[in-house]
Design a protein around this ligand. Structure first.
Ligand code: ZN
Length: 242
C-alpha cells in the first residue's frame, strides 16, 4: 500500500455515512480532503487528531478520496481553542480560507502566512488586528484589493474618501456617499494592516472604536465583492459585541 503524506491545517470536517468524517485541510498546495473511518465513534483513536484548527501530518492512501491510515498532531493550538472568543474569530478565518480555496491563488504563500499569523495570535493578547490583516491581505491575493492612493475612477489624489463599493478611495466628484462613511483613522488602520510586514514588525496603534469600525468595513467589503459572510461571524457578534 502506497502511503502519501499530507501536512496541513484542519479547516473543517463533515460527517460521512454513519460514523466517518471527511477532513478538509489547507496545505501549501491548496485544499485537500481526507476520509477518516469511524472518527465519530466514541472509541475512535482519531478524536484528538481530527479537531478543527489542528496542524496535522497525515499518512493516507487511496486513489480518488484519500483515506487516513495514521497521523500526528503537529500543533494543537490548545490555548486558542480554550478561549471561545479567539476560537470563534479563528473559525471565521478558517471558513474564509475554505471559501476561497477554490480560487486560483498562491496557496503556498497563504499557507505559510496563516501559520505565521497563528503563531502571532498565540502569543499576542490583542490578536484581532492580526486576523484582520489576514482578511485584508487575502483581498490582494484574490485580486480585489482596495486602492488606497488615488481615486478608483479618475486617479486624483486629494480629498479622498474610502468607498467599499468602489473598492478604494474616491475623490469628491466620484464619491457616491450612499454608504456608511469610513473614518480617516479606520482607513489608516486598514492600510497599516494591509501593508504590514510580519518580518519587520512595528507597533499597531488603534482604538477599540476604530477596530470595531474596521470590522464593519471588512464585512461589507467581503459581502459586496465576494458575496461572503461566515457562519462564525454571526456567533462572534454575541461574543465581542459587534
Ligand atoms: Zn475621481
Amino acid at each position: 500500500m502506497d502511503l502519501e503524506y499530507i501536512e496541513g491545517l484542519i479547516l473543517k470536517k463533515l460527517d460521512y455515512k454513519e460514523s466517518s468524517q471527511i477532513l478538509y485541510l489547507y496545505t501549501d498546495k491548496g485544499l485537500m480532503s481526507v476520509l477518516v473511518h469511524g472518527s465519530r465513534k466514541v472509541k475512535s483513536p482519531y478524536l484528538n487528531l481530527t479537531r478543527v484548527l489542528n496542524l496535522v501530518g497525515l499518512h493516507t492512501s487511496g486513489k480518488d478520496l484519500q483515506t487516513l491510515r495514521d497521523g500526528d498532531v503537529l500543533e494543537d493550538f490548545r490555548d486558542l481553542k480554550e478561549n471561545i472568543e479567539t476560537f470563534t474569530y479563528l473559525q471565521h478565518i478558517l471558513e474564509l480560507v475554505y471559501h476561497i480555496a477554490q480560487h486560483e491563488h498562491d496557496h503556498e504563500k497563504l499557507y505559510l502566512f496563516l501559520l505565521k499569523i497563528l503563531a502571532k495570535v498565540k502569543t499576542t493578547e490583542a490578536y484581532i488586528p492580526y486576523l484582520n490583516m489576514v482578511e485584508l491581505k487575502l483581498l490582494h491575493l484574490l485580486g480585489i484589493n482596495p486602492l488606497f492612493t488615488s481615486c478608483t475612477s479618475c486617479g486624483k489624489t486629494d480629498h479622498l474618501q474610502f468607498s467599499v463599493r468602489e473598492g478604494g478611495m474616491c475623490c469628491k466628484e466620484h464619491y457616491q456617499g450612499n454608504e456608511p462613511r469610513v473614518s480617516d483613522e479606520c482607513v489608516k488602520l486598514m492600510m497599516k494592516l494591509y501593508y504590514y510586514d510580519l518580518q519587520a514588525p512595528t507597533p499597531i496603534d488603534y482604538t477599540e472604536e476604530t477596530l470595531r469600525e474596521l470590522r464593519g468595513v471588512i464585512d461589507r467589503y467581503y459581502e459586496y465583492h465576494l458575496n461572503f459572510r461566515s457562519n462564525s461571524r454571526k456567533m462572534l457578534v454575541g461574543l465581542i459585541g459587534y
